[in-house]
Design a protein around this ligand. Sequence first.
Ligand code: MN
Ligand code: MN
Length: 473
Amino acid sequence: MAKKQDETKKKMEELKKKLFLKRKHAALILDDAQIEECDAFCEAYKAFLDRAKTEREAVDCAVGLLEENGFHAWTSGEKLKAGDRIYVTNRGKAVIAAVIGKQKLDAGIRLTAAHIDAPRLDLKQSPLYEDQELALLKTHYYGGIKKYQWTAIPLAMHGVVVKQDGTKIPVTIGEDAADPIFCITDLLPHLATEQVKRPLSQGIHGEELNVLIGSRPFRSDEGSELVKLRMLEILNEKYGIIEADFLSAELEIVPAGKARDLGLDRSMIGAYGHDDRVCAYPALAALMDTKSPDYTAVCILTDKEEIGSDGNTGLCSSYFHDFMKDLSEVFGTKAHTVFAKSQCLSADVTAALDPTFADVNDRRNCAYLNYGVCMMKYTGARGKSGSSDASAEFVGEIRGLLDREEVIWQTGELGKVDLGGGGTVAAYLANLNIDTVDVGVPVLSMHAPLEVVSKTDVYMAYRAFAAFQQNQA
Ligand code: MN
Ligand code: MN
């Protein structure tokens, strides 16, 4: 009898091992040397985060890295051969880079696409005002934020001012240790009796996101708006600008400070703007490490995802399609022929399960921190609306690739059905008739001024993109 029980138990264990889906914490799969590799990769990623807080800075940074890695700016018509490394930029806010493959372009490309814009506060066109002898800047938030999170934290200003004569002046204030910072003030709890009765979504209204920038007046016994005047005097001395120059500026208010290791074990990174630099940097790094691929490897770092991908630097614009038309022409083919055989990993973040708010997720179908890069067959909301929903065949192919290459990965969807949802650029690439699936890094506190990712997940994103683009036919 005991023997029979032992046999049944053994069979059950064998069957479970054979049949059940397995999940394992990355730190229990990787050895010390591999974890060191993850950590080393993340040091480079942190440096990128610190230099690339806006889409423009991300493009500048990417172009610098691309050129260091043998890529050159390509102009349409220029002949290309296998192994050539090229890039094109779009208005300083988006970049496409490629390594030409050994196969004919007709065989399709291996594309990764991430976005380099992030939620933030943009200055309004006429932002500067003085109230009660304080100088403030009006903002209009960009992307989906919880507005109350942006008060009472150190803020920096990044962007450009374009003067009437077309001169473009870059501005960065608040990042250097010697720089001043800015902030949005919040009401003291003692006097917030009425404010705290507001629903959370209105704890701070959009029109209350006013950035404090100064308090000492231009010294004069008469005259009005003297603090505002003094602020303009300082800006004029430093940047040569006048108030009207705000009209043609893109100044973005972002959290000040650098990316930091998070946790006693330094297993995570806390930073502003992981969404979606945490996929953009690994995608770029993977492309730069791609040498003589079979299929042409392409990486897009795009703008405007956080506000719907419209505009000429977003992926709803024709700029990527146009690049592919130009590239196809050089190889004597048509873009639509190439698209039909192409594959894309839409590289964007997903939500990691937060134990404090675990009930928003279906625990069987959500992403976990440290369980690797996450493949999402579909995104969207209310019945997958807005999602391109990858085919079983394509998911199967990528699944096989990731397993063969020993990439630690998981699946997950963003939240319980009908609780919310979100989209990515996947649909816009899939609409070009490219096989597309979302693959990205799980994030805690997504869209907050301080977002959290796991270092092993970041590295696994790199490994996934590298495996995909190093493809061998
Ligand atoms: Mn994103
Ligand atoms: Mn986002």
